[in-house]
Design a protein around this ligand. Sequence first.
Ligand code: NAD
Length: 482
Amino acid sequence: MSQQQIYPDVKLFVDGLWCDGVSGYAEPIFNPATGAQIGSVAHASIDDLDRAVNASRDGFEVWRRTSAFDRYKLMRGAAEKLRERVSAIAEIMTLEQGKPLREASAEILLGADIIDWFAEEARRSYGRIIPARSGAVQQAVVREPVGPVAAFTPWNFPINQAVRKISAAMAAGCSVILKGPEETPASCAALVQAYVDAGLPRGVLNLVFGVPSEISEYLITHPVIRKISFTGSTPVGKRLAALAGGHMKRVTMELGGHAPAIVFEDADVREAVRLLAAAKFRNAGQVCVSPTRFVVHEQIYEEFVERFIAAAEAVIVGNGLDETTQMGPLANLRRVEAIESLVSDAVQQRACLRTGGKRSGNEGFFFEPTVLTEVPLSARIMNEEPFGPVVPIARFSTFEDAVAEANRLPYGLAAYAYTKSAATSGAFGAAVESGMVSVNHHGLALPETPFGGIKDSGFGFEGGTEAMDAYLNTKFITEHHV
Ligand code: NAD
């Protein structure tokens, strides 16, 4: 079968039906490994959004009254459908996003685990009784779903970013309008189809695509929508949070990061290089928790740099459909241009380009794994989220210097450290300003653990029990028995 035959033309899903938008416009979808068009995605206009809003209002009335046990059963069914379809969906994801097939499969299987986790949490959404000051009074705290949710998800993890929001919201009893990623819509649609095939009632989950700013402005300000959840860049997140604030809507904001990776002098250098290279080049660096500022103790700096350059040069870059590929293309031309511009700015500011630094191949959006050293702090790459396969490596001499560099930027999403010392690990964990800290491994983003940032990296968590709180209101009921 050709790529065009495998890849579907993606529709909107509104009020239980797959449909074109009323305008009839469909945006082309391109394979980032070849640049060729492989399909299209329907755009929603205001009429379509109105239907989605009405459906989410009606769907919410049904879903909030569906017992937690029945929500759990349906969600577990959706997780099983995803697992059954992993190979077919992985191929679609690789075609539209570029990541290697094994990364796509892992993302889908983790998505199924995330649904399972939240399905189970749905059954554990407890209230509490607070002892009263009088025997005649009963004080109860109950948790209620916040209402219809508008969720906005990006193209780097088409399933993972969406499944976290959908599953937590649905577990809590909320309905959802998901604005999926226009550039990678088909795997997101496959996720919605898994829910549909598991018996999803009409209106509980709706999927739209279109012009992001038009959709977000319409949905965020619409009175039916009670909660906003966004994953994407910090500048867009700030705009959407401000809009939501003007309408007193609750928000979850999963924004950018610029994760420090501190390698202390007592670290196992070989192991640090192996794990950091795997994390750095995963999804071609287009990961919000990707390690992006390597800061290495001066005693082991030269050895670390030499070993890391060798690891970068050993990465097999190619079409994600090839079994041997370890790193695929960047997801779109914007990212290639952004990375080219970050590298040339660093080099102009006298950074040393140690390997990579340019596009590769004669088609698609490939960029070489790239290592820079001696990069001044004024270089843009030391301040802006790179979101690509490029890493600056700097050196430090004291613990205080390392922490100062880690905390220098307004971001606070993920931070990594490598050390054999429990004391250093503990001190780093306490000192670093970050929503998540991972020492001697990269252990983030599991369904059962909190995932989220502080400072400019956002607000709220998308994993663990905290994720359910984001979609629940607390209601206090006190009753005097008469
Ligand atoms: P972008 O900032 O234009 O878009 C980022 C995401 O936000 C996309 O999914 C886009 O559809 C969405 N978006 C943009 N404007 C919007 C609006 N007004 N309303 C609703 N959604 C909107 O840029 P981009 O080129 O797609 O990505 C560039 C940067 O975004 C990256 O460098 C990275 O910093 C960040 N990003 C972060 C994540 C993440 O996982 N946190 C994912 C994708 C992109």
